[in-house]
Write a protein that binds this ligand. Structure first.
Ligand code: CA
Ligand code: CA
Length: 163
């Protein structure tokens, strides 16, 4: 009983020492800790013709907008809508995301806005931000896939870091 009590006290002191030292360490490394913000722009979304009548309007086009979100710490931005297109660009609409933890993804989803009924989901993609950082990529073109995982076109995004 007595030994157990002393051991418990020792662990308590060790924990206190650890916590007391932590702020000093963080302060010393504050420049390193400051991760840059992400600046993301959807340069082009090219959507394939709709073979199954899932999203295209009667015009054979869509009213495209893109929803950009980070995972798992969700932060979402939505572009404006480009009417009657199969290829859309939002190069004049950059979005800034807070610094993301390791293992995060950027999800880019393309939707068709409809006046009647709910908007149609067209396709999406997930981009590993670790991979982008590791390879030093800034301009990325990746496949878009639908709910059925079939290819639905491509999306090109520009990702840059800014402090
Ligand atoms: Ca539609
Ligand atoms: Ca529409």
């Amino acid at each position: 009983m007595t030994t157990g009590k002393y051991r418990h006290t020792f662990v308590g002191i060790a924990a206190l020492l650890c916590c007391a030292a932590a702020p000093t360490t963080l302060h010393a490394n504050s420049r390193v800790e400051a991760a840059p913000n992400l600046r993301v722009t959807v340069m082009a979304a090219k959507v394939d013709p709709d073979r199954n009548g899932m999203y295209e309007d009667l015009t054979g086009t869509i009213d495209a907008y893109a929803v950009l979100s980070t995972l798992p710490a969700t932060e979402t931005h939505t572009t404006t809508t480009r009417r009657n297109v199969s290829t859309a660009s939002w190069e004049d609409e950059p979005f800034t995301f807070r610094p993301q933890a390791a293992g995060s993804y950027l999800r880019v989803a393309v939707w068709d806005h409809d006046h009647v009924g709910e908007d149609d989901f067209v396709a999406d993609t997930h981009i590993s931000l670790d991979y982008v950082k590791e390879k030093g990529l800034t301009d990325i073109t990746v496949p878009l896939s639908g709910k059925d995982k079939e290819s639905r076109g491509t999306v090109s995004v520009k990702i840059t870091n800014q402090l």
